[in-house]
Design a protein around this ligand. Structure first.
Ligand code: ATP
Length: 359
């Protein structure tokens, strides 16, 4: 079979109202999701929210209790079909990958190419290993490799058959930061070149933003919000999503008549929320100001991140210090007073009852 040719026609993946229960536990709750041909979708969520189960459902390693899963408009799971995993053309790279200990690294990588002529398969395998920076280990056995190197071999093994659809479960976890960055870039480049449709599971927002054309945020088996990084970052559906994406200040307030009032003053509220609410804003939107209208804040502490300073600020009426991040030089000492402003267009108002992302 010519796998290269198939890889150039990317496949769509569709989930329709998919449920998966384990006894009383609902691991996946009424999930609907469309992944476009060639799209990279990152599934972001805390531990136990159902990410792995969702991937296993697409692969056919789990069967939905209700709903349908389609690849290229063809039913894989559902009332009309239950296509076995090996017939779905879905590649897999799981967190707890295992290499075959009695095979060389090259044989491991070429394992998925058994339908190919052997020398061609080995040449493909060697090329993939070289891309992963492991060409020199082709004839070695897995036990001589470090954990991170083994992970790269597993990545090469998953990618080399060029599946039309790829499921990756935390493929870069446990790698040191530099290796992680280069593996991400290399994986992304290969997925793009081969137009592979891909779902990548991660619990790190930064990774999801770096890799995903779109992000789907999960909580308790449900997809809470799906969209581009910018859409989700600028318009989080709720505080859970906002906190999942990046650190955020949360200040209690009261909303009435479209105005939120709290320790930081009054802000227009564009939401339906009324009564007890939470005013939320990112540390980077806090401005330091000498204007008379600025809110007085006492510096509790500062931390330099080299090109940025994180400032902890005490404001009357707020229990926990606010965080501000500034790239401008920051002179004030702990104990000193500064003025701050929070631009109203950067403030999100959410209802007061919310769930904190657990990890
Ligand atoms: P993590 O990030 O920790 O891997 P996750 O988001 O991938 O978590 P899942 O592994 O999909 O979460 O698990 C979702 C829920 O379903 C968890 O509560 C888990 O304990 C439960 N679960 C998963 N598989 C099974 C199973 N085979 N039998 C019983 N419960 C299961």
């Amino acid at each position: 079979t010519n796998r290269r040719a198939t890889a150039s026609f990317p496949a769509s993946v569709k989930l329709e109202n998919v449920w998966r229960r384990f006894g009383d536990l609902v691991a996946v709750r009424d999930v609907s999701l469309d992944v476009a041909p060639g799209e990279i979708l990152c599934l972001l969520g805390p531990s136990g929210c159902g990410k792995t189960t969702l991937l296993r459902l697409v692969c056919g390693l789990e069967t939905p209790d209700e709903g349908r899963i389609l690849i290229d408009e063809r039913e894989m799971s559902g009332p009309a079909a239950n296509v076995p995993p090996e017939a779905r053309g879905v590649g897999l790279m799981f967190q707890d990958f295992a290499l075959f200990p009695h095979m060389t690294i090259l044989e491991n990588v070429a394992f998925g190419l058994q339908a190919m002529e052997r020398n061609t398969a080995l040449a493909e395998g060697r090329r993939a290993l070289e891309r992963m920076g492991l060409g020199a280990y082709a004839d070695a056995y897995p036990h001589v490799l470090s954990g991170g190197q083994q992970q790269r071999v597993a990545l090469a093994r998953a990618i080399v058959p060029r599946p039309r659809v790829m499921m990756m479960d935390e493929p870069f976890s446990g790698l040191d930061p530099r290796l992680r960055a280069s593996m991400r870039e290399e994986t992304l480049a290969i997925l793009r070149e081969t137009h592979t449709t891909c779902i990548i599971v991660t619990h790190e927002a930064e990774e999801a933003m770096l890799l995903g054309d779109r992000i789907a945020v999960m909580r308790g088996g449900e997809i809470v919000q799906a969209g581009t990084t910018q859409e989700i970052f600028d318009h989080p559906a709720d505080l859970f999503v906002a906190e999942m994406m990046s650190e955020i200040n949360v200040v209690p307030c009261k909303v009435s008549g479209g105005v939120a009032r709290g320790p930081l003053g009054s802000y227009p509220s564009r939401t339906e929320v009324s009564g007890d609410a939470l005013m939320c804003f990112r540390p980077r939107v806090v401005r330091f100001s000498h204007e008379a209208t600025a809110i007085p804040a006492q510096v509790c502490g500062t931390r330099s991140l080299g090109d940025e300073t994180v400032v902890e600020l005490g404001v009357e009426g707020i229990d926990t210090p606010l965080l501000a991040r500034t790239s401008a030089p920051f002179e004030a000492e702990p104990g000193g007073w500064v003025g701050i402003e929070v631009p109203s267009e950067k403030v999100h108002i959410f209802p007061a009852n919310h769930q904190v992302p657990a990890s």
